[in-house]
Ligand binder design. Structure first.
Ligand code: VGL
Ligand code: ZN
Length: 197
């Protein structure tokens, strides 16, 4: 079975010193690089927001980072400004190997966030990744990256729902962990048939 490694959002803004730093985010760079040669395909994703994106607290009067808001597609956490297109914060961590097969950008529409590498947060607008994987006959996926409880979690559950064989290598992920979000993400991934390794 053709097996792809999907490296989620290992970008400067999600690493220590970044705008939305995930604790220990940089610790996973070396383990991810070491895993890459073991896969038939390596795909990297990049959170890629226009300035003034609707997921930024700064775009909502009176809101602070980590507050909630209601979007037409449902509840949405508001984040510090992060991964703005073309900035250093949106760049991959300098030590990450980026010589993979595909770099997929997501979150580029102003009015909708995209945690998952497969669908935007309305859960219907596709990113195109499913078609890429199917036309390459990739059936098995291992996910690593940032953050376990947001973009890794949404990507893993969507992939399982689409019928891929999905594992998450937890030692090569780090979490934001807002109000128990890591524990609920782990439960939801297991319930969706994702293997947590
Ligand atoms: C992410 C929050 C906002 C992630 C992206 O990569 O997990 N989290 N944008
Ligand atoms: Zn984002």
């Amino acid at each position: 079975m053709t097996h792809a490694l999907i490296v989620i959002d290992v970008q400067n803004d999600f690493c220590p010193g970044g705008a939305l730093a995930v604790p220990g985010g940089d610790e996973i760079v070396a383990p991810i690089n070491a895993m890459m040669p073991d896969f038939d395909a390596v795909i990297l994703t990049q959170d890629w927001h226009p300035a003034g994106h609707s997921s930024f607290a700064s775009s909502h009067a009176g809101k602070n980072p980590y507050d909630m808001t209601e979007m037409p597609y449902g509840p949405q956490v508001l984040w510090p400004d992060h991964c703005v297109q073309g900035t250093n914060g949106a760049a991959f961590h300098a030590n990450l190997r980026t010589d993979g097969d595909l770099i997929l950008r997501k979150g580029f529409r102003s009015n909708i966030d995209s945690y998952s590498a497969f669908f935007e947060n309305d859960q219907t607008t596709p990113t195109g990744l499913e078609g890429y994987l199917r036309t390459r006959e990739i059936e098995r996926l291992t996910l690593v990256g940032l953050a376990t409880d947001f973009c890794v979690y949404y990507s893993a559950v969507d992939a399982a729902r689409l019928g891929f064989d999905v594992s998450v290598q937890m030692r090569a992920c780090r979490a934001i962990n807002l109000d128990g979000s890591l524990a609920s993400a782990e439960t939801a991934m297991k319930d969706a048939g994702v293997r947590l390794i």
